[in-house]
Design a protein around this ligand. Sequence first.
Ligand code: AP5
Length: 220
Amino acid sequence: MENIIFIAPPAAGKGTQSVKIKDAYHLAHISTGDLLRAATKENTPEGLLIRNLMESGGLVSDEITEGLLLKRLAEHDCDNGYILDGFPRNIKQAHDYQELLKKLNKDVGVVIYLALDKEIARKRIVGRESCANCGAMYNNMIDTMKPKVAGICDKCGNPLSKRSDDNDVTFERRYDTYLKETEPLLEFYKQLGVLETVDSNQDADKVFSDIVKILDRRKK
Ligand code: AP5
């Protein structure tokens, strides 16, 4: 199975779709957002710096992000393929990743662009809740994504939590950062001939079935 990179605006469903693909295709799921959030829990100057940058809606430095990514890629569950959720996020990271692939003699795989309207992204951010125990994702503003019992994970019964950067003000900044830094990657990967697009304005199961169609077509 080839590796997958998701490029998408905030809240387009990178995390939601990564979990579904991971379960269906047994790929490792690497979210740089999750790696960075874990780093903020360490009470160090670097952890504090990362938290401030994330809460401002900007990007964390390439050096810190790529350092965490390299460590994660060395773990054994990545040997059979992985999903990159949130990386690369700018042109420098995309070039650095191409260099890494060259050294490892590996292909980039498929890059899937999850296209989403800005106002839908805003609604998804403001209503998002997730389970810190099993990673399941919910949304209390979207009927089809609500947990059965408000605030409780359907899968493991853990209380759900909200991210500190999931508010209206930070959303605007994250969206601007996406337009400026990340959207240019679409042209970069189009030029490499590996870009596929999925309409993420649809419900999550339909988005997933469109992704499966792409992955199955590329396997042939
Ligand atoms: P990150 O954690 O990657 O945040 P993001 O890109 O803003 O993306 P999200 O996690 O908000 O959304 P998602 O696309 O995963 O959507 P989800 O599935 O959760 O990054 C956070 C920060 O870390 C960045 O701002 C930056 O500071 C830093 N960072 C990360 N990577 C970096 C890098 N490479 N370099 C530098 N800095 C980096 O879905 C969202 C909600 O919608 C959920 O509630 C879900 O239930 C719901 N939902 C999903 N799909 C659907 C659907 N089809 N229909 C209805 N509801 C849906």
